[in-house]
Design a protein around this ligand. Sequence first.
Ligand code: FAD
Length: 343
Amino acid sequence: YEAISINKKRTKTINREKTSGIWVYAEHKKGVMHPVVYELLGKGRELADKSKHKLTAVLIDGESSHLAKELIAYGADRVILCSHVLLESQQDEYHFDAMTTILEEEIPSIFLFGATSFGRSLAPRMAARLQTGLTADCTRLEVDDVSGNLYQTRPAFGGNLMATILCPDQRPQMATVRSGIMHAKEPDYYREGMIKRVNYKGKIKPNIEIINEIIGEKKESIGDASVIISAGRGIGSQKNMKLVRKLADVLGGQVGVSRPLVDIGWSEYPHQIGQTGAVVRPQLMITCGISGAIQHLAGIADAKTIIAINTDPEAPIFSVANYKIIDDCIEVLKMLIDSMEKK
Ligand code: FAD
């Protein structure tokens, strides 16, 4: 209700005549950019080149103007920079208010956010403010170069189908995008771009007061792991998961699984790899009893070296594996653990 009442109060001030290309929200914390921003810039650059638009990064914070140059290096043509001491804390009410000030001059045709906890809070507020739609948790984005319409694909119905969503008559078209899916471009620190400064007065009285901030210990997520030992239905029973965990520990890696193992409760969702799970980029991946269904392969396309163990010589996993072991994965796991422990 609050968002709607804000809409009503402030809609008049939005200049809907002027849409200015593709925008990416550059989320960062105390000057450390969230990796999803580089991925969004990589995708944004591709969409901008295809639709002949400019790519803008919106950078909101107190003292982070040095980051503007980095955003240009990663593909932005322009950075909108809005600085104020109140914006230093990641308080989404202030960031929302600052974004509203920016949007009073121009609105984007496409606006992308990372599907982070902050992005998931800010993007819906912005969509309500702009009276437009928002597709959350996208895994694929394509633009029609004639109409400029954005095809936004995301898993739906518990991951049982991939839905492509179109918001044809609305501008901006807004999406949050999952981390680790899009590809960042190599930075070019000689790239030139424009920096536009927007003055923010910080007059709102926020409803939330931040009393204290406790930074928890950062656990390595499976998306960051450089070694993954992953198990599929061919592992046979839950007790055999101990062997997978043991080899992962011996090699300093993490455990991954195919979706059926999460469905039957042998593992948990953060370990699921694939189209509706995590996208991984390890240096080494050993798959044990995984057939290599297309939905699973979607999550491992960027793995550097894949060693696949499967009893079926025709299993599709072998088409992407660098090394094939056609054998019982339990026996191979025991042998690998044994030989690694002797070293
Ligand atoms: P299976 O396909 O049953 O394969 C088991 C393999 O183990 C077989 O190849 C068999 O030869 C081998 N095997 C058997 N015994 C042994 C042994 N002793 N030693 C060695 N090998 C052995 N799946 C995902 O993983 N991730 C996803 O994100 C995902 N998303 C999906 C989204 C949608 C919309 C849909 C419809 C499906 C999705 N799936 C996903 C499911 C996917 O289609 C497959 O069903 C699943 O990946 C199969 O898992 P699996 O390889 O463990 O099992």
